[in-house]
Design a protein around this ligand. Structure first.
Ligand code: PXP
Length: 253
């Protein structure tokens, strides 16, 4: 089995919002990415609407439906966004922490205190009640305590925050502690028959040691792919990434 590639197209909207114009089209980005064989489109509807807008969600979802691929809607646990998701009924929802002042998602969900745990727990209960067919992943750090806590929540997968790993890769520092933690994390999560996904900060180069590890069944990659797309186009960068993934079948069932 080959890992799935979810392409995060938020930054097409970043470019559009920067000028307040109607281009570049997020819907066209979704279509071209899916036409090249991407396994999923990921978009993050942030509370501050800095890139993806409410009006983007349905057209992108329609493109996904047209190609028979899932829409993965990343979102915080805010009630307004939860209601919007309930209305849209995406195939996947990835719950993420959200701070207005951060430039991008800076870490995984906090499940360490009773209040923080309850917030995520209740968001998942509400989503599962209204959207029984939608699968939910929790964006979390890979430490054992967080992963064990995630097992007490009604969800289908975790997406491991690879941001620190990706930064260490770019600094050329030792990666072995990250890789060991991912391997151990996979045992906890796969043992409970849940999905083990990865995302954040990954590039064509930094994804390779993770593909070699073979424990992540899905990767969500955005910023690097959209940056590379400026030079080679969205279709080509998607095709290149899919070719890379094909060289690394999963080492888990
Ligand atoms: N996964 C999650 C949960 C994210 O929040 C993001 C960024 O929106 C990504 C994946 C993609 O990260 P990047 O754009 O750095 O590849």
């Amino acid at each position: 089995m080959i890992p799935r590639l979810g392409v995060n197209i938020d930054h097409v909207a970043t470019l559009r919002q920067q000028r307040g114009e109607s281009y570049p089209s997020v819907e066209r980005a979704a279509r071209d990415t899916l036409m090249s064989g991407a396994d999923q489109i990921t978009i993050h509807l942030r509370e501050d609407r800095r890139h993806i807008q409410d009006a983007d969600v349905s057209p992108v979802h329609q493109q996904c439906t047209h190609f028979g691929k899932p829409l993965n809607l990343e979102m915080g646990c805010h009630p307004e966004i939860i209601d919007l998701a309930i209305n849209e009924n995406p195939e996947w929802i990835c719950l993420v922490p959200e701070k207005r002042e951060e430039r991008t998602t800076e870490g995984g969900l906090d499940l360490s205190t009773p209040e923080a745990f309850k917030r995520v727990f209740e968001a998942c209960e509400k989503l599962k009640k209204h959207l029984p067919k939608t699968k939910i992943s929790l964006f979390v750090e890979a430490d054992a305590a967080t992963l064990q806590a995630s097992l007490k929540i009604h969800c289908d997968a975790v997406e491991i925050h690879t941001g620190e790993y990706a930064k260490d890769f770019l600094k050329d520092t030792d990666l072995s502690h990250h890789l060991k933690q991912y391997q151990e994390g996979a045992r906890i999560i796969r043992g409970a028959n849940r999905g083990f996904h990865a995302g954040h900060g990954l590039t064509f180069e930094s994804v390779v040691p993770l593909l070699e590890l073979g424990v992540f069944s899905e990767y969500n990659i955005g910023h690097w792919m959209m940056s590379e797309a400026m030079f080679v186009g969205i279709a080509q960068v998607t095709d290149d990434m899919l070719h890379l993934f094909k060289k690394f079948p999963l080492k888990i069932k």
